[in-house]
Design a binder for this molecule. Structure first.
Ligand code: NCD
Length: 318
């Protein structure tokens, strides 16, 4: 379920929606505009450090699941736009602990802020919150479902390096079933012509039939492979840790956690860009870090201008 509700006073000219809950909302046209605004934000950071764009706004950051990069880059983005902030950082420090519903929490937070960013362990919580909220809402990860702002960062990074988002030969691994980052990025890239996806990793963690059907319905070729050799002409490898916190059967996690790792020999001279939404746990050896095609830290650094662009655009200020 998607919410594109817009009230007259909140009509924003740059985006056809009020809240971002799913990467399904991110069409190639929107992404193109978005990249232009992100480039402008990156130039502003470089030239001025902070700009006055949101100095009349308050951003609410609700993080009910662990986060480092997403939370800090949203904070940094809000700071660089001179917005004020209010926080709730884990469920136990809020009235959730007392049994308050998500709906009631959002009704309260919308009175304290002009835009709400939320990470929550429950799949679908973003749609519920966006449906309730009178102010724009951003999904910063809803359980194993979606992570659309990460997809924007990932797409921006690939575009910066390759100059295109089409005709790419992409590997996804290693927990395509439960990684919300893989779900959101694959959905975004499936809208571009000529991309080919190879999903690799443990058999139990292959993408869901639903995701595969959606991706294939766009005409994107999707392959499941036990093993891949990055020297075989791949443009991008997008890898992610096994999502430990989402395993119902911990045996599957323990059995596979050490099995899937990119080592230096797998990556060096392959010409394949290595991306990872991070945190890196077992999936990439640290000996890969200084290779020119290891992009994950650069990718994480794009989080600030990307999230500045999104906040400004959703608040009609870009
Ligand atoms: C990802 C997430 O939270 O889904 N991290 C992030 O936001 N950069 C990936 C992960 O936790 O593995």
């Amino acid at each position: 379920m998607l919410f594109f509700r817009q009230s007259d006073d909140e009509t924003n000219k740059m985006l056809p929606f009020k809240s971002l809950t799913s990467s399904k909302q991110l069409t190639p046209e929107i992404i193109e505009t978005f990249f232009t605004v992100t480039d402008k934000m990156a130039a502003d950071i470089e030239a001025k450090g902070r700009i006055d764009l949101l100095d009349d706004k308050v951003v609410a950051l609700l993080f009910f699941e662990p986060s480092s990069r997403t939370m800090m880059s949203f904070q940094s983005a809000a700071q660089r736009l001179k917005a004020g902030m209010v926080f709730a950082q884990n469920a136990s420090s809020t009235s959730f602990e007392k049994g308050e519903s998500l709906e009631d929490l959002i009704r309260m937070v919308e009175a304290y802020s002009d835009i709400i960013v939320m990470r929550h362990a429950q799949q679908g919580s973003a749609d519920i919150a966006a449906g309730i909220s009178k102010v724009p809402f951003i999904n910063a990860g809803d359980g194993g479902n979606e992570h659309p702002t990460q997809a924007l960062i990932d797409a921006y990074t690939i575009h910066k390096e390759k100059g295109r988002l089409d005709s790419l030969n992409i590997v996804f691994g290693y927990d395509s079933l439960q990684s919300r980052s893989i779900h959101s990025l694959s959905r975004v890239l499936s809208q571009y012509e000529g991309n080919r996806f190879t999903f690799t990793g443990p058999k139990e963690l292959e993408p869901s039939d639903r995701l595969l059907a959606d991706l294939r319905a766009t005409g994107t070729e999707c392959i499941i492979a036990n093993e891949v050799n990055l020297h075989d002409g791949y443009d991008v490898a997008y890898v992610n840790r096994l999502q430990e916190e989402r395993f119902e059967n911990k045996v599957i996690f323990e059995k596979n956690r050490q099995k899937y790792r990119l080592n230096r020999v797998d990556v060096e001279n392959s010409g394949c860009l290595i991306l990872d939404p991070l945190p890196r746990i077992d999936e990439i050896s640290t000996e890969v870090d200084d290779l020119p095609n290891a992009l994950y830290f650069k990718q994480a650094s794009h989080g600030v201008p990307v999230r500045m662009a999104l906040l400004a655009m959703l608040l009609g200020k870009a």
